[in-house]
Design a protein around this ligand. Structure first.
Ligand code: ATP
Ligand code: MG
Length: 170
């Protein structure tokens, strides 16, 4: 029988419980999971504080318990939306279904004739990268919103201090 693969793309700044809920769904529907790290070239900015390598470590830690084979693939931005799907396909194993709620991602893959599923949003106000970065900046609790291995990577690299430093005005 042929292996089925589902692709999930995000920036994962950081990877959080909403992403994990979607990947748990994909793990029930596909044999293998491909996680594409969007804006892989970006780091050390207020909206993209973590490097691709740090995000890879977060995702490997969080996915270990899913009992599915998975690939984590960095995808640097091309800044050419018209050829972005070909770019993604050139960097990933073959896949049947793309899972996304990002309007541009949905549009581009649909135009390319791919099968796109829009997973339900899991407590979107709470589980959001923007909301979690804001909590970090405010010195509030954020670790309950990410899988434990993600919090460990963020601590390991001094992520909260980095975010505060790069958000300071000069
Ligand atoms: P940011 O606020 O930095 O944009 P984000 O939480 O939207 O972070 P992304 O990495 O931009 O996370 O999103 C990757 C994918 O995860 C997108 O398709 C997005 O819709 C989806 N997603 C984000 N939050 C949730 C959630 N709470 N439940 C389900 N899917 C989510
Ligand atoms: Mg987003």
């Amino acid at each position: 029988m042929q292996v089925t693969r589902g692709l999930y793309i995000g920036r994962f700044q950081p990877y959080h419980g909403g992403h994990q809920a979607v990947l748990e769904q994909i793990s029930r529907e596909a044999d293998e999971i491909i996680v594409g790290i969007g804006s892989a070239h970006a780091s050390h900015t207020p909206t993209d504080p973590f490097t691709a390598g740090e995000r890879i470590a977060m995702i490997y830690g969080a996915l270990r318990k899913l009992r599915r084979w998975f690939y984590v693939i960095p995808l640097p931005d091309l800044n050419r939306n018209a050829v972005w799907v070909s770019h993604v396909k050139s960097m990933t194993p073959p896949f049947e279904t793309v899972y996304s709620n990002n309007h541009l991602v949905v549009e581009l893959f649909t135009e390319a004739g791919m099968h796109v599923k829009r997973p339900p949003l899991y407590q979107r106000d709470t589980y959001s990268g923007t909301a979690i970065r804001k909590l970090m900046l405010e010195g509030a609790e954020w670790k309950h919103l990410v899988p434990e291995p993600v919090a460990e990577v963020i601590d390991e690299v001094g992520g909260v201090n980095r975010l505060r430093n790069i958000c300071q005005s000069d």
